[in-house]
Ligand binder design. Sequence first.
Ligand code: ADP
Ligand code: MG
Length: 476
Amino acid sequence: MTNSEQERWSRVKGRLRSTVGEDVYTSWFARMDLEAVQDESVHLSVPTRFLKSWIQAHYAERVLSAWQAEMPEVHRIDLSVRTAMRCAAPAKEAPAPVEARRPERSDAKPAADTRAPLMTPVAASHDALGGSPLDPRLTFASFVVGRANTLAHAAARQVADGRRGDPVMFNPLYIHAGVGLGKTHLLQAVTWAGNAGGERKVLYLTAEKFMYGFVAALKSQTALAFKEALRGIDVLVIDDLQFLQGKSTQAEFCHTLNALIDAGRQVVIAADRPPSDLESLDDRVRSRLAGGLVVEMATLGEDLRLGILKSRVAAARAHHASFDVPEPVLDYLARSITHNGRDLEGAINRLLAHSKLNNQPVTLDMAEREVRDLVRPQEPKRIKIEDIQRVVARQYNVSRSDLLSSRRTANVVRPRQVAMYLAKTLTLRSLPEIGRRFGGRDHTTVLHAVRKIEALVGKDVALNDEVESLKRQLQD
Ligand code: ADP
Ligand code: MG
């Protein structure tokens, strides 16, 4: 190919880039090569069949007119698929080989031959797909296992150790727990470990990142590329699913979830509540989420807190050899600091800062002063709507299904109203969500019940006692 042909090709690419926009260009055209120019026809090539048919179906006109702007005599574009040898070295400007890992429905076994030569280094493809940043400290090595998280840890380990093509044991793996109990730590550990071999591609995204990535992609018209990219990974890890909002994002999430699960890819999810409590998600997604393995991580017990503190001290000592926290101080911290892992980390950081700045060893006295605000006598318990229904049903001697039923006899109406009232006052659930959880009632029904009981407890002493007793049972 002559130099002038090459220059012309660069200009054509420049035109394409400015007509379709940077993102579309990188997704679809970055690896298109010029093979030859002959009379009226230009011969171009791309690395995969999928790219070829996509460009033919959607961009044929634009490619042709970009050429015609440079060479009016061109009337035909021939597009061919390059051999595997050539696509082993993708163009520098190409990001993750988006289409290359797409499972092709028409082929029985496309995975091995179309993907393998195109694997890019993990870190690069993580960025190209807009993966959320990973904290290098959040690994399995630094994760302390205890009663609260044994099952979640074992399941996460299983996912991380899987190999491409292994049968998936549970899908999705859904981990839920309150704030600071190690969800993000565990999910990032899976991502680090899963990517370590270089064989599989594990993508970690916060639900927010998933949302913004998708919205941004829609705006720049690369939604398809984004979807394909997502579907092209082996393990999708999504953190903080409770923040997923918006109809179209949810629809997209649903498609992605289905596509991945049906293709035998692993999905790992963390949220601050069980699938049944994800109020804004539609029923199908919820049931799909609940269809895998749902594991709760409990609040960190004292021994686990002690373990975490020790591992934090050990990590700090790697950089500050003189730093040490005596055993009695560790015991004190483990006993008195809340269940939130972040506070444990914060406590060690403060002790470190204090002892460094003042050049003093850590003592119990100093610890008590430094972490005073982190010491809370009792974490409020997370109360679930099911627990409320169970306890109320027991108290009034009706069944839980009575509470959910449409029966309107007095002996179930009052307990039902009490249960709805407790659900509103003891949980953060919205009225529509509570209605849904009580046999699909309207939110106005719930509101009515809440107001009714609110008014009654003000004047009916017996009812007030009942409600207080129920609250105590639920809060212990
Ligand atoms: P979540 O995502 O559930 O809110 P994180 O994973 O961010 O919680 O954990 C909060 C802090 O507590 C982090 O510093 C994390 O490393 C630490 N942590 C929580 N659980 C553990 C554990 N089992 N082992 C070690 N560190 C933990
Ligand atoms: Mg988190």
